[in-house]
Design a protein around this ligand. Structure first.
Ligand code: ATP
Length: 850
């Protein structure tokens, strides 16, 4: 356990109280760097009108108002404003959820207040706070070191120099700066400057314009949007020109063309994609996955390999020592209090970084630290008072903390004036450094015979899924890592870390979804294999490879075998980068988890970098695109599922919006080609747009998941959004909507109905066929009768609102005047329903029998 602190003689400092901190917060303000000004709601609203065609339409409407068409002009303006409100609501909602997301992902820090270590939001730090920093942390403010152990920082963000800089309270280099990264060791430091007063704050203005991340899908849709704009505008010009050639009122035709352009151009498409992604992000959050980058949501759906750490992600990270091997004997749980284990006990307890809260009686609650280390103490003690007495018998002088590359940890302690070194770590690493073995308190040569015996017990314990930690000592002080040699082997402890209950099911779900689950662990091959087998990750020892074997393979060889490997054991964080590279060369989309500072490069390089919310370091969190709030593998699978659902939903509303818009354009285009009267007036076209484009499309964006979603193979990352028949669906259905609307109008004309009635029939048909089609868009395989209609209540409500809107426009006398409609009788409604439901019925029958 941590020994004496290296406290400067005149600098014993115990931090602030909460009351002092709150008071100081009022004077110094939040510990944040100045941010760019956010878009205000007013700005967002005004931006909705920032569209050339809208301005032309407004201008044209105002002119038409002066020319006498006052009611028309006012209604058009009202509709434009309502559209803008709809756009505003979407964008504001997105902005808010992105902001909330940023807040959730904002860094936390460990601080000692009222004498206790607490985790607080880094924004709340004040000068005077005592912070605790350790490897992987990003320093939250400028501070002076008070105590330290092996502290080394990466200050490249300030100095450009990427070599680690050693820091300690006892030398002149005792300041740490906001934004720098702790590479090694740990320490406590007193905050001296926060926010814009820090060194980082002084250069903060340089960092203001960090580019916002773009979503590839949104980019693709934006360029598609541009093509569609040109196409729509061309068609609108043709429609207008044909009308004018036929001698219709020029001004009316111009207005018609503009209205059609406003209705048909899917300008909202990229915005709705963002809404769908942002809403998806909040759904993922409910399932404990915090997405840090919006585009990651798209990629998640394509994931084909999930590489996961074992400890804590696949397992519970609740360690209990089950067996101890010492003195060439195996001790089971009920014999851990045996006096003979004294020396091993000293090694495990002194070479240990747990903190003990002596005020807490319950041993479980009194220990704060890594589960591996707390388990080693709990094996020997039942109450914290005994630990204190035991610890008082030695004082730590120095240490080399555990790191997952070395897989070991060493301390030097002073026991009654004698310097003794204790080392603990992965058994192979320890065995290699031992020349002697302690048997019955005697130092004997660590002969091949002993080594074989130790190895066989080790193999036996690890194949029972026990995680083994060995211990050794030396009766002199070791100064640095290279001198951990000629040690005296003591023994090892085997601890169980049970798999998480829900992971087995999640691994199975991965298999069904065509995703490969891979375990990457620093643990022993046998332990990893035993757990992997239990979880269904692997079935044969040939699917396991160790870090040592990996080192012997070049990148090409590794790529050639990587598809067969399910477990990487005894690997170091550096290996993870090679693993990601090898999978990528095989065209896999890789999700990779990580927690420690050394995992950050692999996490950054993976298609989906995942960090741990509980055990993860700041640096890894910053490198990741998603944080698992519960460190649980199941959450990754849930996030992949959500990723697929969101992508499918985006396809749904793209299908809906584009086929409907095509239907609207074709209605006008066909009728002008056929030299018919214009079936819809400008104001009616705008109404169609309002009734069908807004709410129903958004409701499709939150469509609940399809049951089949995790039974399909992952989609290709480069696949077009229109792939798998979507383009054809849009073109065919769009054309049919247009044709049916024109036909309904023609039937009215043939039956000698007044023009106003014919237009109302066309209006009804165009709106109703879209409102029926929106339900079809919910599935690409199932018919409207096979989908459970009421599983998306938002859609049902959105469609109801639109139908009510249509009925009001047709029957409310005042609106009849405004929208130039006629009350329809039952027969006329029959025409509307026939033409709007006709294609859907045929399509449903076809899908049903397919
Ligand atoms: P994963 O990568 O799945 O989280 P892991 O936790 O086993 O696996 P590491 O933390 O790198 O990976 O541990 C590797 C090995 O180092 C362990 O198998 C154990 O033998 C040893 N070890 C782990 N923690 C400590 C520690 N605190 N002190 C000494 N040795 C340790």
């Amino acid at each position: 356990m941590r020994g004496e602190k290296m406290i400067n003689e005149n600098e014993i400092y115990n931090g602030l109280s909460t009351a002092e901190a709150n008071k100081l917060l009022k004077t110094h303000g939040l510990n944040i760097l100045k941010q760019n000004k956010k878009a205000t709601p007013v700005k967002i609203f005004i931006a909705q009108f920032n569209d050339f065609i809208i301005w032309v339409l407004i201008a044209a409407t105002i002119i038409s108002g002066f020319m006498g068409e006052k009611a028309d002009a006012i209604t058009i303006i009202i509709i434009i404003i309502m559209n803008a409100i709809m756009g505003f609501v979407q964008e504001y909602k997105t902005e808010k959820s992105l902001e909330a997301l940023k807040k959730m992902a904002s860094p936390t820090t460990k601080v000692i207040r009222n004498g206790n270590v607490q985790v607080i939001n880094a924004e709340l730090l004040v000068p005077g706070d005592l912070i605790v920093i350790e490897s992987g942390d990003r320093v939250p403010a400028d501070a002076i070191i008070v105590t330290s152990s092996n502290l080394s920082l990466d200050e490249s963000i300030l100095t450009g120099e990427s070599l680690g800089v050693s820091k300690s309270s006892s030398n002149r280099n005792n300041s740490v700066f906001m934004g720098t990264i702790v590479l090694r060791g740990k320490g406590e430091a007193r905050v001296v400057e926060t926010g814009m007063h820090t060194e980082m704050g002084k250069i903060a203005n340089l960092l203001q314009n960090i580019e916002q991340e773009r979503s590839p899908l949104k980019d693709k849709l934006s360029s598609l949007g541009k093509v569609l704009v040109v196409l729509c505008v061309m068609i609108c010009i043709v429609v207008t020109a044909l009308g004018i050639i036929r001698g219709q009122d020029k001004y009316q035709m111009f207005l018609l063309g503009l209205s059609l352009a406003v209705a048909a151009i899917p300008e909202g498409l990229p915005a709705i994609v963002t809404v769908a992604l942002a809403l998806g992000v909040s759904r993922m959050l409910k399932r404990n996955a915090l997405v840090r980058r919006l585009p990651a949501v798209e990629t998640l759906g394509c994931t084909s390999v999930i590489c996961s750490d074992k400890t804590g992600t696949l397992t519970k990270n609740i360690m209990t020592v089950k067996s101890i091997y010492y003195n060439d004997k195996i001790y089971n749980e009920n014999r851990f209090k045996d006096e003979k284990l004294y020396l091993l006990k000293r090694a495990f307890v002194f070479c240990n970084d747990c903190e003990v809260n002596y005020r807490e009686k319950n041993i479980g609650k009194s220990l704060v630290g890594e589960p591996t280390e707390t388990a080693l103490i709990k094996a020997f003690f039942t109450n914290s008072y005994d630990i204190k007495t035991f610890l008082d018998s030695a004082k730590r002088i120095s240490d080399i903390p555990f790191d997952s590359n070395r897989k070991m940890m060493s301390v030097i302690v002073n026991e009654h004036g004698r310097k003794i070194s204790y080392v603990k770590g992965a058994p192979e690493r320890i065995i290699d450094r031992c020349k002697y073995i302690s048997i019955d308190g005697e130092k004997k040569a660590f002969t091949e015979n002993y080594k074989k015996r130790v190895q066989s017990v080790l193999n036996d314990m690890s194949s029972k899924a026990l995680r083994c930690i060995a211990a050794a000592y030396k009766d002199s002080g070791i100064i640095n890592g290279n001198q951990e040699r000629d040690l005296i082997f003591l023994g090892f402890a085997g601890m169980i870390d049970p798999p998480r209950d829900e992971v087995k099911g999640a691994v199975l779900r991965c298999k069904e979804a065509g995703i490969k689950a891979v375990m990457i662990t620093g643990d022993h091959k046998n332990t990893a294999y035993a757990i992997g087998k239990e979880l269904g990750i692997c079935s044969d020892l040939s699917e396991v490879i160790t870090g040592e074997e990996l080192d012997k393979l070049d990148d090409n060889k590794l790529s050639s075998i990587i598809n067969k490997i399910k477990i990487f054991a005894r690997v170091s964080p550096e290996h993870k980068l090679r693993i990601v590279g090898a999978f990528k060369r095989k065209n896999k989309i890789v999700a990779m988890t990580g927690d420690g500072v050394n995992d950050a490069p692999a996490v950054k390089n993976a298609d989906i970098g995942i960090s741990m919310g509980i055990s993860g370091t700041d640096v890894t969190k910053e490198a990741s695109s998603m944080i698992l709030l519960d460190d649980n593998f199941t959450t990754i699978v849930a996030a992949v599922e959500e990723g697929r659902v969101i992508y499918n939903n985006i396809r749904k509303f793209i299908r809906y919006l584009l086929s409907c818009n095509l239907g609207e354009v074709l209605t006008m285009f066909l009728s002008s080609l056929l030299y018919l009267q214009t079936p819809l007036l400008p104001i009616q076209i705008l109404l169609v747009n309002l009734a069908t484009d807004g709410l129903p499309a958004i409701a499709l964006g939150v469509d609940p998941k399809d049951e089949d979603v995790m039974y399909e193979m992952p989609r290709d990352k480069n696949e077009s959004i229109f792939a798998r028949g979507l383009k054809e669906k849009i073109i065919i259905r769009g054309s049919l909507i247009g044709i049916c609307t024109v036909l309904s109008f023609l039937v009215g004309e043939v039956l000698n109905m007044p023009l106003r009635t014919c237009r109302t029939i066309a209006l009804g048909t165009l709106i109703m066929s879209q409102l029926i089609h929106v339900f079809e868009c919910r599935s690409e395989k199932k018919s409207i009768f096979q989908i459970k209609l009421f599983t998306n209540m938002s859609l049902v409500m959105a469609v109801t609102v639109s139908i009510v809107m249509l009925i009001c426009v047709i029957y409310v006398p005042f609106l009849q005047i405004v929208f130039h409609t006629d009350a329809l009788n039952l027969f006329q409604w029959g025409i509307v329903i026939f033409f709007s439901a006709f294609i859907s019925t045929i399509n449903s029958v076809y899908l049903y029998f397919k």
